[in-house]
Design a binder for this molecule. Structure first.
Ligand SMILES: Nc1ncnc2c1ncn2[C@@H]1O[C@H](COP(=O)(O)OP(=O)(O)OP(=O)(O)O)[C@@H](O)[C@H]1O
Length: 854
């Protein structure tokens, strides 16, 4: 809302604009027009009132912010009145306002009569006090110019007010019939007043910045007499004293869609790859020299890699040498289990490190993985690639080493670093000074002579090195024996801290596989130790060949990639890009992918779930599944068709299953009847359960006993490796394992995964079932769930909103609890449990005896 003011009258002595006085005017000069507001009220002229005066009244509650028509009230001329009546407000604010108006307003002079309100350009409500009122002007003027007289005037006014009040009452009384009760008079008086109120003005469209000439009059019939008195036509009842105030520009509605995205663009809008995007390896690279050569492609095919898998078609080109800087950023890969992520990074990294014949061996790539099994697995792929790029010995073969907890530390140290001596008199002298200062004979002047470095571990290593005897003017030197180190994070930290000569100074590739696991757990705060050691780049030690890139390139991968920026922050990524392999179900609707879960299952995976009505008898349900035609084909199962969350598994329902009800996509195991036995990986929630279950299975089904193996984290590493080898060789067909092997482990041609215990999270489910249906093969996943687990499983795991999958999770039933046969199974199970108890107590006694002997 904006205030208005009234321009100064012509020739006003106090006009702030000197030019205005010079302008000709036919209008009489007003006596003291120093304050400008909406109206110029009729001056208090008592000399010659040429016409009966109009009385302009402003209610005390009036506010200048209100529309003008609601402000001013014109009290109709009272013919009985002999003197003009004028009400004035007496407030400090009004005085202030009047002064402000006088000093601040820049009023163009013109011939505008001063009776109407005028709108100054560039004036707004901030400049004029909101309560500025036309009636303030005389008071303000009096207070400015005639201060001594003002008290007298005020007294006079008060008297006048009292008189007029009494007079008004008399007038109202006169208008009311004699019979009107006195108590109604005031009401009627107010009613009469309200009738006189001016109607709301119609705001004009162009009511802003009204020029002075066009400033509205009090009303169309108002005029000014020779004395400057305002004269209003008495026949006009309503007064449009004020023009609608200028309003701010209407606000243009913002039609842009709000974004609720909190992720950075690279994470929110990843590079998406269709699972069908298969291509020859030679297609990548800017040119044959910068890509994969046909010879290499041939060798890859000989190793079983005929064409690049979808994720490889997207990731390999991003990691090959490129002149475009935008292609040099770090790469995050989120792709289903078994989709070929390992080759996607080993191939370009080994290619980079294989270039050139006279290549000095330095540690240039580090691959970090969470388990020893994975370290071995990636080592194999790296060795394969290394062989592929050595091109029949015409190029040097990249050297690959591993470091993990299962091996003796000093053996690893020897495998990683070679100790020698080099001629360096200067370094030799420094070493002698350090030794002297350590023994208390040093001068202490040379800042480099002591061991007081910030890095305590380095200082300890240096001390140890200095004590090694060398030839005169020679010092100990170290060279790396490997180009690529594949390791667990804990062991990497140990080598950084305690292996002399182990350095990351030349590392230009850092690969973090199973990243969500590695970033989610501390692993000796490995990131805090490793990442700072990758920042330096002295003498171009981290320059990449064939491209103008320098520094460490990081590749971060997982089937359940985290989008937690806090976790990713620790990696100190540079210009990162996220590559996501779409789930097969989402491929046809790319627009909807964004809202879907990023977790995806292998395309050819089939999933089923079995309800366990009595958790105490769970091993029997498992056994029934194993012996069903789905797996070993020894018994005919029936299939459940009821709602998965309907917990009522009455026998009548199963009895009523007709042939047509049994229609399901689940068919008997493809291996049934061919003589070859399927391979099964069974997951339990703990090591103890795994051990007990594998023994129980052997007791319950002696025919399976020779086929069952166990994998737990408490099993010796060598035994674990033996078990996996037997399984891969087909000697063992059932592996009962804890979550140890849930991640990353590649068991080619694994037919079935069974979740004996439901997994602890959705991600864990993805990793577990992802051990099958790998590399484009088919596979089946089974989950046994109990009543309390049903809701979580069907809502969080089996739901399509949680995981992208090709087919729905089916519910099947293989155990008929009401049959006599089941009673017999329960009896056998109880005796197996009793046997298990005996064996356990025997084993405890033996262990106690051994410990007593020792
Ligand atoms: N281009 C290819 N052609 C044929 N087989 C391939 C190809 N790439 C990878 N494979 C095979 O696919 C299988 C799965 O690959 P890999 O172990 O790299 O999967 P992954 O995506 O790392 O899975 P996980 O997330 O479970 O670790 C391996 O047996 C591997 O040999």
């Amino acid at each position: 809302m904006y205030a208005r003011y009234v321009p100064p009258p012509k020739g006003a002595a106090t006009s702030p604009e000197p030019d205005h006085a010079a302008e000709p005017s036919n209008l009489p000069t007003l006596p003291q027009p120093t304050v400008y507001a909406r109206y110029i009220p009729p001056p208090k002229s008592t000399k010659e009132p040429s016409q009966p005066p109009q009385h302009v009244h402003f209610d005390e509650t009036d506010d200048i912010d209100e529309p003008p028509a609601k402000k001013a009230k014109l009290i109709e001329n009272d013919e009985n009145s002999k003197e003009p009546k004028q009400k004035f407000k007496k407030s400090k604010k009004s005085k202030k306002g009047a002064q402000l108006s006088t000093n601040d307003l820049d009023v163009p002079n013109n011939d505008q009569p001063t009776t109407g309100p005028a709108i100054p350009n560039g004036i707004n409500g901030d400049e004029i006090p909101a309560e500025l009122d036309i009636s303030d002007q005389p008071i303000a003027q009096e207070s400015l110019d005639k201060a001594p007289e003002s008290v007298e005037n005020v007294k006079k006014e008060k008297k006048g007010k009292k008189k007029s009040k009494r007079k008004d009452e008399a007038e109202v009384e006169a208008e009311i019939d004699d019979g009107t009760p006195i108590r109604h008079r005031s009401v009627l008086k107010k009613a009469a007043k309200s009738i006189q109120r001016a109607p709301d003005p119609k705001p004009s469209a162009d009511d802003q910045d009204v020029p002075m000439q066009d400033a509205p009059q009090v009303d169309g019939n108002a005029d000014i007499d020779a004395n400057g008195d305002m004269d209003v036509d008495a026949n006009v009842p309503d007064v449009q004293g004020l023009q609608p105030l200028p309003q701010p520009e209407p606000i243009v509605e913002d039609t842009t869609k709000p974004s609720y995205e909190t992720l950075p663009p690279w994470l929110a809008k990843p590079i998406r790859v269709s699972p069908q995007a298969i291509a020859p390896f030679t297609q990548f690279g800017l040119s044959p020299e910068l890509g994969i050569s046909p010879e290499v492609e041939e060798k890859l095919a000989a190793n079983g890699y005929k064409e690049a898998f979808a994720i490889q078609t997207a990731v390999i080109p991003l990691l090959l040498p490129h002149h475009d800087k935008s292609m040099h950023g770090d790469i995050l890969v989120s792709a289903a289990t078994g989709s070929g992520k390992t080759l996607a990074y080993t191939l370009p990294v080994v290619r980079d490190l294989s270039l050139g014949n006279r290549h000095v061996t330095r540690l240039r790539a580090v691959v970090v993985l969470p388990t020893r099994e994975l370290v071995r697995q990636v080592q194999q792929v790296c060795e394969q690639c290394s062989g592929v790029f050595s091109l029949n010995g015409s190029r040097r073969r990249v050297r690959v080493a591993i470091a993990m907890g299962s091996q003796p530390f000093d053996h690893e140290q020897e495998a990683l670093v070679e100790r020698g001596e080099k001629h360096d008199p200067e370094a030799y002298a420094k070493r002698n000074k350090r030794l002297a200062s350590e023994s208390g004979y040093g001068s202490g002047e040379d800042s480099d002579e002591g061991y007081n470095t910030e890095d305590e571990e380095k200082a300890t290593i240096r001390k140890r090195e200095d004590k090694i005897q060398t030839l005169p003017d020679h010092v100990v030197s170290y060279t790396s024996k490997v180009d690529i180190l594949i390791c667990t994070p804990g062991r990497l930290v140990e080598h950084i801290k305690y292996t002399p000569g182990f350095s990351l100074d030349f590392v230009r590739w850092l690969i973090v596989d199973e990243a969500d696991k590695l970033l989610g757990q501390h692993f000796q705060q490995w990131l805090d130790v490793v990442i700072p050691r990758l920042q330096s780049n002295e003498n171009g030690a981290r320059n990449h060949k064939q491209s103008n890139l320098s520094g460490v390139r990081k590749i971060v991968l997982s089937a359940t990639m985290t989008k937690d920026l806090d976790r990713l922050e620790g990696l100190k990524l540079r210009w990162p890009k996220l590559v996501v392999l779409e789930g097969s179900g989402a491929a046809s609707e790319p627009e909807t992918i964004v809202t879907q879960a990023d977790l995806a299952l292998p395309e050819l995976l089939e999933e089923a779930a079995l309800k366990v009505s009595d958790s105490n008898l769970k091993p029997l349900f498992l056994l029934d599944l194993l012996q069903s035609e789905y797996i070993f084909g020894q018994s005919s199962p029936s299939r459940a068709t009821q709602d998965p969350l309907d917990d009522d598994t009455s026998s009548s329902e199963s009895d009523s299953d007709s042939e047509s009800d049994l229609e399901t996509s689940f068919r008997p195991s493809r291996t049934t009847g061919k003589g070859d036995k399927p391979s099964i990986l069974i997951f339990t929630k703990s090591n103890e359960t795994a051990l007990r279950l594998s023994r129980l299975l052997s007791l319950l089904a002696p025919t399976l006993a020779s086929l069952v193996g166990t994998l737990t984290s408490t099993t010796q590493y060598a035994t674990r490796r033996r078990t996996i080898r037997s399984f891969l060789a087909g000697k063992l067909r059932i592996l009962v394992a804890s979550d140890l092997v849930a991640r990353g482990i590649d068991l080619p041609s694994l037919d079935h995964v069974v979740n004996y215990d439901v997994p602890s999270s959705v991600a864990s489910y993805v990793h577990r079932v992802g051990r099958t249906a790998r590399a484009g093969k088919t596979g089946r996943a089974w989950t046994l769930y109990t009543n309390p687990e049903a809701r979580w499983f069907w809502n969080e795991v089996a739901s399509e909103n949680a995981i992208q999958r090709n087919k729905k999770v089916e519910r099947v039933r293989v155990t008929e609890e009401k049959e006599d046969a089941f009673e017999k199974k329960v009896a056998a199970y109880e005796s197996a449990l009793a046997k298990l108890g005996e064996e356990a107590s025997e084993s405890r006694t033996k262990t106690r005896g051994r410990s007593l002997e020792s």
